[in-house]
Design a protein around this ligand. Structure first.
Ligand SMILES: *[C@@H]1O[C@H](CO)[C@@H](O)[C@H](O)[C@H]1NC(C)=O
Length: 265
């Protein structure tokens, strides 16, 4: 059985190549299309909620569902589907980060769906947070239900000077994005913005919820994630808090597509 947890200390080391990738992402659009950075940011949790056999119906249903994600994910980057009955029922949700274009979203979920099977073989329930998307499946009902756990995080190993002041500015930005995400009436439940912080560097942040939960649940999820920063990663200059229902990330370098964000928001 694979390890079900990527230690955070490991994940922080994955940050640097990833950061270089993001510079490539911003400067060279073409690179993104087919090439994945190595190592790519991947966190996953294999849940102890039953197992399936390689010859059983659950496995068959899961394979069908996973292969249906990339061709069927909608232009908003969201997909939910289920197949099967009772103990063979598989429910799946996939969500791309809101600033991706549809072709990028399809590429990334394709990679993520292949990866999650390798990471969590025989587990009926699993979740993967890939660089730009999230995919989860379960035998239990998951649609329209907020899920705060399992959760994970990644953070930069670089620390900000003048931590208290930085965090005051960060929380002003996160609060405003929290409100904008919750009030967002478009099909993409997200908000992204930057805030100048002359004492150090500009802060960029991105918040997103799955569109199947209520605004209130979305807000609760994001509040928990914002509070979590203090526990998991205080002082880091870049943090991602990963939950099934919501995503929170901030960095002191640009990491999302501002053109796309301006177009949608
Ligand atoms: C950012 O979004 C714009 C507008 O959709 C698009 O033209 C551009 O290629 C995107 N950049 C990247 C790096 O994907």
């Amino acid at each position: 059985m694979p390890n079900t947890h990527t230690p955070s200390s490991m994940s922080s080391w994955k940050w640097l190549p990833n950061f270089i990738f993001q510079i490539c992402l911003i400067n060279h659009v073409a690179i993104v299309k087919s090439q994945f950075p190595t190592p790519i940011f991947i966190h996953f949790k294999c849940q102890n909620n039953g197992t399936y056999t390689s010859s059983g119906t659950y496995k068959k249903n899961l394979d069908i569902l996973l292969s249906s994600v990339s061709p069927n994910i909608d232009t908003n980057g969201f997909y939910k589907a289920s197949i099967g009955k009772n103990s063979d029922r598989v429910n799946l949700i996939a969500l791309c980060r809101a600033d991706l274009q549809p072709y990028q979203c399809r590429d990334y979920v394709k990679n993520a769906t292949a990866e999650i099977l390798k990471k969590c073989p025989y587990k009926k329930e699993a979740i993967i947070w890939h660089e730009f998307c999230m995919v989860r499946y379960s035998n239990n009902a998951i649609f329209g239900k907020v899920a705060y756990s399992p959760f994970d995080w990644g953070y930069s190993i670089e620390y900000v000077p003048n931590e208290d002041k930085f965090y005051r500015e960060l929380y002003i930005l996160l609060d405003s994005l929290h409100n904008r995400t919750v009030r967002n009436r478009s099909s993409k439940k997200f908000a992204a913005a930057s805030r100048a912080y002359p004492d150090y560097r500009t802060i960029y942040a991105f918040l997103q919820c799955t569109p199947d939960i209520t605004p209130r649940d979305c807000g609760d999820c994001l509040t928990r994630s914002a509070l979590e920063i203090q526990h998991c990663c205080r002082g880091a200059r870049g943090v991602r808090i990963l939950r099934p229902s919501c995503y929170l990330r901030f960095e002191t370098d640009p990491f999302y597509n501002e053109t796309m964000v301006e177009t949608i928001l």
